[in-house]
Design a protein around this ligand. Structure first.
Ligand SMILES: Cc1ncc(COP(=O)(O)O)c(C=O)c1O
Length: 427
């Protein structure tokens, strides 16, 4: 099982047998409020009828066709719909099966782009502390989480990491974008001036909102400055929108919410509402055009997966995009974000809580660790929430909450009051 203490699971298995809207049902018949949208992916809530029907119909019509030198109409329809949803120049889509594959694809495209333009010396990637970019070797190489990397190196050698742009002394308990922190881009400027010549850098990759690392929204002005420094030096900017894509911060992508356009964007998760695995890497016209200068009988991008643009995934994604639009779910995030932030920040002052960060329908809540037993308090509170019918997510002593966009005011209230009551009783 992925990222699971196997023996702890065997001792206390969590088995779900069905799900509907905001709720899972467990094998022992309990209803559990899903405050993490499955795993940041079931944005429209579970078992949306239109998505279920679309998958069923597609399975009957065309179960599979390879995307190697052939395709099927929904693949192109979906690519067009995604291009229309993405910021202006991001018009070209490459399909994969997960966020990890979307990230590895993005990194390969970045290097291939420079090589196609005669700048093959640009091989280095710059990432950040606390970054999560999936579990492929590329994504793990640019990961900023020591506990994920510790046992598996060496990784791609050409990666430099910047700090997380967050200073808890100044920005703790932030709502939305922290006021302070754009100056963290100075680190990149210094790196380019002293350590790594800009002509060796392929791309800077960031999650617009650091997700699995603990939910850290970008400081005001930070992404704009990052964009400017990349432009100045011919470095590509990659936004990993695997969590922030499809409405999580109130716009189709964080790029639009924060008004900064990357050259390459990755997405997955909410793309099919979690119903069928799928990822995508969306690139700008400029990036795409660089590959089109090769002789016409050559494969422009020698890369791909058996299940790229899988018919069931395309059908699920097209239906998901309809659901988002018809139920105005991205707009709903905008409307609920204030209620969400208010309820989350009521935990300020609760026992053990040392920081809370909110944006859109995301929250990161840090507890102080027990001396000598980091993570134990988080695990205990997580279990107590589950026992009381609320599914939350923790990494160590940090809670990361990301509910389906259908969540009601009452459910928000239930989630945070359950947490508050449990914290109060937890040593
Ligand atoms: C920002 C980001 N990138 C990539 C991934 C990897 O996605 P997957 O687990 O679908 O491979 C994740 C997963 O949580 C993610 O949050």
């Amino acid at each position: 099982m992925p990222f699971t203490p196997q023996r702890a699971f065997q001792a206390k298995p969590r088995i779900f047998t069905s799900a509907q809207g905001m709720y899972y049902r467990t094998q022992d018949g309990r209803e559990v409020l899903d405050s993490i949208a499955g795993l940041w992916c079931v944005n429209a809530g579970h078992a949306q009828p239109a998505i279920v029907k679309a998958i069923q119909a597609q399975a009957e019509r065309l179960d599979f066709v390879s995307s190697f030198s052939m395709s099927h109409p929904p693949a192109f329809e979906l690519a067009s719909r995604l291009a229309a949803l993405a910021p202006g120049p991001l018009n070209h889509v490459f399909f994969s099966n997960s966020g990890s594959e979307a990230v590895d694809t993005a990194l390969k495209i970045a290097r291939g782009y420079h090589r196609a333009r005669g700048e093959g010396g640009r091989t280095r990637f710059i990432s950040r502390a606390k970054a999560y970019h999936g579990m492929g070797w590329g994504g793990l190489s640019v990961s900023g989480l020591a506990r994920h990397r510790r046992d598996f190196g060496p990784f791609l050698p050409e990666v430099a990491h910047l700090s997380l742009p967050y200073d808890p002394k100044v920005s703790a308990f932030s709502q939305g974008l922290p006021d302070s922190g754009a100056h963290f881009v100075d680190e990149l400027v210094a790196l380019l001036a002293t350590t790594h010549d800009p002509s060796t850098i392929a791309a800077v990759i960031v999650e617009p909102v650091t997700g699995s690392g603990g939910v850290y929204p970008p400081p005001k002005g930070y992404l704009e400055r990052l964009r400017a420094v990349c432009d100045q030096h011919g470095i590509l900017l990659i936004f990993d929108e695997v969590i922030t894509g499809f409405g999580r911060v109130g716009a189709p992508f964080a790029a639009q919410a924060f008004n900064v356009t990357p050259d390459i964007m990755t997405c997955a998760k909410g793309m099919t509402n979690g119903a069928v695995p799928m990822g995508a890497t969306i690139v700008s016209d400029t990036v795409y055009d660089a590959f089109m200068t090769k002789p016409a009988d050559q494969i422009e991008l020698p890369h791909g997966y058996t299940y790229s643009a899988h018919p069931l995934a395309c059908a699920a994604a097209l239906a998901t995009l309809d659901v988002y639009r018809e139920q105005a779910l991205f707009e709903r995030v905008g409307k609920m974000a204030g209620v969400w932030a208010k309820a989350a920040h009521k935990l300020r002052g609760a026992r053990h809580v040392v920081d809370i960060r909110t944006i859109g329908l995301l929250a990161g809540i840090d507890l102080s660790p027990r001396p000598g037993a980091a993570g134990a308090r988080g695990t205990e509170v997580n279990q107590a929430c589950f026992d009381q019918g609320v599914l939350v997510r923790t990494a160590g002593d940090t809670f990361m909450l990301s509910p389906p966009f259908l969540i009601s005011e009452e459910e928000i209230d239930r989630l945070f009051s359950t947490l508050a009551a449990i914290l109060d009783k937890t040593a």
